[in-house]
Design a protein around this ligand. Sequence first.
Ligand SMILES: [Zn+2]
Length: 719
Amino acid sequence: MLDRRDFLKAAGATVVGSTITTVGSAPASAAIAAEPPQTAFLDNNPRWVVRPFPLHRVSIMDGTVFAEKRNRVLNYAAAYPVDRILHNFRVTAGLATPPGSSPPGGWDDATGNLRGHFSGHLLTMLAQAYASTGSTLYQTKVNQVVAELARCQQALAASGQYSHPGFLAAYPETQFIRLESFATYPTIWAPYYTCHKIMRGLLDAYLLVGNTQALDVVTRMGDWVHSRLSVLPRATLNRMWAIYIAGENGAMNEVMADLYALTGQQRYLTTAVCFDNRQSLFGACLENRDTLTRLHANTHVPQFLGYLRVFDQNGLAEYRTVADNFWRMVVPHRMYAHGGTSGTWPAAPNLAANTNPELFQPRGNIAGSIGANGAETCTTYNLLRVARNLFFHTMDPTYMEYYERGLVNHILGSRRDADSTSSPNVTYFFPLALGSVRSFGNTGTCCGGTGLENHTKYQETVYLRAPDHSALYVNLYIGSVLQWIEKGVTVTQTTDFPRAQESTLSFAGDATFDLHLRIPQWAVGFRYWINGVEQTGPRTPGTYLRISRQWRSGDTVRVAFPFRTRTESTLDRADVQSLRHGPLVLGAISTATTLRNFSLYANMKLDGRLALPSAGATNQFTSNGLRLRPVYLGDTQAHHLYVRRNEPTIVFGTRSSGVPNRQGFLDAVWAQAPFADHPAFLAHVQQVCTTWRGRGLLSQTEQTAVLNAARAAEPDLRP
Ligand SMILES: [Zn+2]
């Protein structure tokens, strides 16, 4: 057994900075001396069949694209003034603000109806920054914010103006009261949404940093929420939560269920179910009736995270059923290539136009809703949370397929590759529009807030474990170090994924456990080696590979997962396709505003691989006169995430037959790939020719030209 104190001694000072080093060093999160409450909290969930590790036990390796994005947000977190987080709270509580103090800004300005929300996100970011680095800089900030929020809560209580002494907000109680008489936006603006951010921030301060005062403050807030909602009739609650924007409440049911789990006080669970959105969506999802179209996406996604948390506590099956059913209405039926959802669409027969990009598009409408903006980043943040929680219950690898897609495309690409201590530099929408440009910034918006969280918790789902510590699940190939203290094992994963197509796991410490390696759906050709010896046997994409073994210090497992370049058709238009490279979505760089025509069959190889010419940089290619780049590159070049597949002529490699590609001739040829060899390929081309001739789609002369081109292309087709 590796003594835990050795970890702690080995942990050096943590340096915060965006300096990019080579892959191989990890920040010393093990500097956190005592186990924070999150450790016991995650272990206290009998319904989870797999469990995450506490955030501080996993460190992202410097030199990876994940660390680059994270370090930029850590710089922002390090520079962010505590007084600014507190400003609006102090003003509301009648406490003095220091000279020069100002509100966070954006929607969290001096007078806005959403003030306080960004401060909640900032508190979560600081707590996650501490868990990720062990740096006392963040710990001190968290403790300062919590102490002052407690003082604000006390001052509000002492004023005698509020319905219950637990009230804490950055504005008076008015908005909550008005919601109960069904005030609409913009008279009020989502009071419980803001309340959720503040409660989540406080819970994270307790769980990740161990600040017990935060638990005290958030518990009192929970008492206040209970006092307001527990006296309202169900019909009133139903109507409140169905009000557009005004009734948006984030994942209030999640934080109330968490409070119940932490305290055992029934009133918090009673309050959690007060947030059931019974009028708008709960019942429909229970019956698996898809009523999502035109509902505000990010209002509803987090509610399902809360329903899962309620299920964790009360075990009532309907709370899990609604989440399962809701999920399948969004993924894949409303999911864009990068993992985002919601968009705009033009009017069509039997379909009125929609210009609000935050609304769920009609089921199956993907190519049809590539309008202006769309794919709000905070919605993907919440979809990732729902996906991971569904995986905790089911171990169904499809949830991890989604998680990886959303993480390495939408989320990684939502952070600009430039430092700023004055802006989160993250996206609101991650538009699918043709020739669209990402707009980075978002101080004080919903996506600005969740953006601060996204990039400071990349490690949260890399590894999971069996409840009894008998198995380890490697879900994501992200360079990282796991301190598995219960087993006395340190797992070091060295990789620059997704800029690398292999990863090496090395183990320090002796222990027996099952290692489950995720083989992503895209990882055709996955290979692995134990201590340098290649292993054979089934390696099925879309499953987990189990290796049972007595692990010894120094053991290594190397995995290789070649990125295949391929296309992915939209559900509604087979010719509108995204370009994929392994897990990545490639954007075609172009300022044009109409679909770009792409011919790709000339690049097909006998093994079914699309071999595009390299553009001279990692994961970048040139095709059809345009540069293709992974969307994790966070800059403002105009790009197209969808292109129109256009194959006018039957071609093989550099050989053109000159014959029109009628009725998907080439689709029929390549549907049979991979081919064992060139003769097998020719035989199949001959077969398709015969079929097409039989249907009157090919003349004798054309068939000869096609077969001649297929024959002559032999060198081009070699894998
Ligand atoms: Zn948002």
